[in-house]
Ligand binder design. Structure first.
Ligand SMILES: [Zn+2]
Length: 127
């Protein structure tokens, strides 16, 4: 993929990093192992991701073009719960709990976005 992506929590703004760590810790307390797999993403990488499912193969995974996503402003991250070391993408009850935990530490959860724009893994610090 073109551009630069990071999964380092340190690449978020200090405020977003704080909430991200708080969410991971809160999940751990409930026995949920959370993998943060994307934090900062530059505009080129965002454009490449936007192309996926449109002009490039694969499923649509984003509705934001380069510069439009909170990943470029370092205030958003994507995460997925792990069960037995494996990412679990399709467990609605587990996502609902992960989303609630994220919201409980002050994050905005894209799992609440309407219809097809919903993004379960995406959490943002809206201040
Ligand atoms: Zn995201």
């Amino acid at each position: 993929m073109a551009g630069t992506t990071s999964r380092r929590v340190e690449d978020l703004t200090p405020g977003a990093a704080l909430k991200c760590r708080a969410m991971v810790a809160a999940c751990q307390l409930e026995g949920i192992d959370l993998l943060v797999y994307c934090t900062y993403r530059d505009a080129d990488a965002q454009d490449a991701l936007y192309a996926q499912g449109r002009t490039a193969p694969g499923p649509v995974v984003t509705w934001a073009r380069g510069g439009e996503s909170d990943h470029q402003s370092r205030t958003a991250f994507d995460c997925v719960p792990l069960v037995g070391g494996k990412a679990v993408w399709n467990d609605p009850a587990l996502w609902a709990r992960v989303g609630q935990i994220g919201e409980s530490v002050g994050l905005s959860w894209a799992g609440r976005w309407p219809g097809a724009k919903r993004e379960m893994p995406h959490f943002a610090d809206k201040g």
